[in-house]
Design a binder for this molecule. Sequence first.
Ligand SMILES: O=P(O)(O)OC[C@H](O)CO
Length: 410
Amino acid sequence: TTEITWWHAMGGELGETVNQLAKEYNASQTEYKVVPVYKGSYVETLTAGIAAFRAGEAPNILQVADVGAATIMNAPGVAKPVQDILVSAGYDFHSKDYIAGVRNFYADNQGKMIGMPFNSSTPVLYYNKDILNKVGVQPPKTYEDLEKVAARLKDKGYAGFSQSLTPWIMFENFKSRHNLPLADQNNGYEGPATKLMFNTPDMRMHFHKLKAWSDKGYYKYYGSDWDANQTPFERQEVAMWMGSSGSFGGLRNRVKFSLGTTYLPYWDSINHNAGRTFIGGAALFALNGHSKAEEKGVAGFFHYLTKADTQVFWHEATGYVPVTEAAYEQAKASGYYKKQPDAEIGVKQLSLPGGDWTRGYRLGFYPQIQQIMHREFDNIFAGTSTVEDSFDKVEKESQVLLKRFARTVK
Ligand SMILES: O=P(O)(O)OC[C@H](O)CO
């Protein structure tokens, strides 16, 4: 039996579901054995994978999140395009089989798929139906609505909302939802980006609002840690939380209230016809340096992971979206969304009309740039810096990193 190692970042319940997938695949055939290994956070997994590649000990499959796309795709010789691996192993491959929002994020500028979208999510707004009903408000569609809803909640003694991963939700997807560019060079697709569209009037307006809402108790900013922002929602300390559709499965099992999901809010004043967001989550990359037999095993496993049955199982267990049209159709036909309409929000949001700026982004040293943003968001909400000063710093420091990255790929 040929062993295929799969390094991933899926902890907790997600990790158990990953193990279940590997177990089922291993039981379905005798030629290959997929061995999933949990390597920590997305960034830890990426760092470990690149280091292992350099040491000649690369895993066969590495899970890389949206933030790491530029790093892995520009690292010479590290990843082999999944499209090539599948085709040379004799599988049919059509990128049109994937849902629109998923097709391009991990593809090159010509549309060739380099990483295989596996756990694709998107940020959505979760809400506590019990609290909203008690207060007599509807879940907000726009940020204009959200401000009013949060005021009503505050009047009745409830905190409005929190949100995890501020750069993801309040910068990257803030841009895609409004169909605004987030970096030059066509969001980094046409070449290494050298400038972020971060310090822009729309972003400054949004963060002035967030700061004002935080001062009024409408918005709770609990720092850069994901769980520190999610847990207060689970404990009913805030009425709404913006987070990943991929958290749906875990939340549904844990919370003691009636859970609602709706689209990520947008500013009607910025784009009346707001549309699709980016896919979040991660893709699977096939790393170079392995035998033909192992590559064939990787292709077989990828084929299994994208089968409609597998995708529907994964989608229903976790809340990550079905990545193919066939899987989405199967989930619809099964009646799942009739029983749980909240489970369809993520995939519906990714299927909203897209524009020039909703394909994705490719940004060098982006994990480090996100750290700069986190530091400045902490300063803004702690009141130790103004939006203007912090945004200037993010702009200057990100530019240094982007330019350094651009030099490394030339
Ligand atoms: O929590 P996930 O897996 O949906 O990922 C969220 C972000 O896209 C990670 O960068």
